[in-house]
Design a binder for this molecule. Structure first.
Ligand code: PMP
Ligand code: GLN
Length: 383
């Protein structure tokens, strides 16, 4: 029952990173940075270990991190949260997603509306919950939903509208109009909005707008984020979920039996990160935007049209001009033929829609400049 349409193979990320290791290809597949994040954050984890922060922390998370998350939400978005009741620390965004969907749905009569293509864990946790996944397509090249498709998907059976903004795998940032329509539909049909905003600080054109800040949204929205992307600590798996206390409480009920608690010494370290000055947050967005531009130049230079990402680690290219009719086969060949790894978009779609995304490949920009430059050279020589 797992994965997209019951796929039980290792995830596409595990498969493609193994292929990168085996062939020595440049890994623009799995989304993780190849450089360390801020020294203050790394040092804070070392200090916490030395200071003995090594036993089970409280189930909700260490107060220093709960407070830092609440302060962060006020500082960047004007969202007021009670750190003791409206914030929960999780094992990455992944556990927050899983616990939220398990808590909010109850079997096949409950539907979860998801924007397709979607991050692979979404289909897997919806399958684990037993609920039904109802996809709303995001189409090349701008990957914005058609609001009529969205209206058709949301009904009284919808328990959750699952949002991911900025979006993985497409890099799309939703418009104000789309966000407002999601909130309106959730209100009309009594659905909860679960929004995965792990790329909140990796947006390129305008400041991030959490859907929870829209009128009428806060009381029905659970917002998820993670320290992994913002602080380049994807291996620490410190995430969080915030929202109304009754919803957070329901997520905690599930979370306590999934992982119970999470990495104690990493929690004060992520708290330090959340308190870094504005210059840090500005720099990570502009640095990644420059990398995105470098990646786009490499992809277009190799003859592939791209969808210009508004945020996230990723950019999607159309590999059809290079002869890719089936991007999955193309991506399995690419490390051997060009020494570069990308991820086929079909890994993020349901079987029924696979043909719409057949030539599209996701490339990660969150890599060192030299790596992106070398990838551009290699792709230019693709034949
Ligand atoms: N959601 C999205 C959209 C992601 O891209 C990722 C991973 N990169 C996650 C969730 C998982 O985040 P974490 O590693 O914090 O569990
Ligand atoms: N979120 C990252 C990506 O989309 C890594 C995912 C993973 O390894 N499961 O590439």
């Amino acid at each position: 029952l797992l994965g997209v349409d019951g796929d039980t193979r290792p995830t596409i990320f595990a498969e493609m990173s193994a292929l990168a290791a085996q062939t020595g290809a440049l890994n623009l597949g799995q989304g993780f940075p190849d450089e360390d994040g801020p020294a203050e954050v790394l040092e804070a984890a070392r200090q916490a270990i030395s200071a003995g922060v090594n036993q089970y922390p409280p189930g909700r998370g260490l107060p220093v991190l709960l407070d830092a998350i609440a302060v962060h939400q006020r500082r960047f978005y004007g969202i007021e949260l009670d750190p003791a009741r409206e914030v929960l620390v999780t094992a990455g965004a992944t556990e927050a997603l899983a616990a939220a969907l398990l808590a909010l749905t109850d079997g096949p009569d409950d539907e979860v509306v998801v924007f397709e293509p979607f991050y692979d864990a979404y289909a897997a946790v919806i399958a684990l919950s037993g609920a039904r996944l109802v996809p709303v397509p995001l189409r090349w090249p701008d990957f914005q939903p058609d609001l009529d498709d969205l209206r058709a998907a949301v009904t009284d059976r919808t328990r959750v509208i699952l949002v991911n903004d900025p979006h993985n795998p497409t890099g799309a940032v939703f418009t104000e109009e789309t966000r407002a329509e999601i909130v309106r539909l959730a209100e009309q049909h009594g659905a909860v909005i679960v929004t995965d905003e792990v790329y909140e600080h990796l947006v390129f054109d305008a400041p991030h707008v959490p859907i929870a800040t829209l009128p009428g949204a806060a009381e029905r929205t659970l917002t998820i984020s993670s320290g992994g992307k913002t602080f380049s600590t994807t291996g620490w798996k410190i995430g969080w979920i915030t929202g109304p206390s009754a919803l957070v409480e329901a997520v905690l009920v599930v979370k306590q039996f999934l992982t119970y608690v999470n990495g104690a010494p990493f929690q004060p370290a992520i708290a330090v990160g959340l308190g870094l000055p504005d210059s840090f947050f500005h720099r990570i967005a502009t640095t990644l935007r420059d990398k995105r531009d470098l990646l786009i130049a490499g992809l277009t230079g190799a003859g592939m049209p791209v969808s210009v990402a508004g945020g996230s680690y990723f950019t999607v290219a159309d590999a059809a001009p290079l002869g890719a009719e089936d991007a999955a086969a193309f991506c399995r060949e690419l490390p051997h033929r060009a020494g570069v790894v990308g991820i086929p978009l079909t890994a993020f779609t349901t079987a029924g829609r696979r043909s719409e995304y057949a030539g599209l490949v996701r490339f990660a920009a969150c890599k060192r400049t030299e790596v992106l430059e070398e990838a551009a050279r290699r792709l230019a020589g693709y034949s």
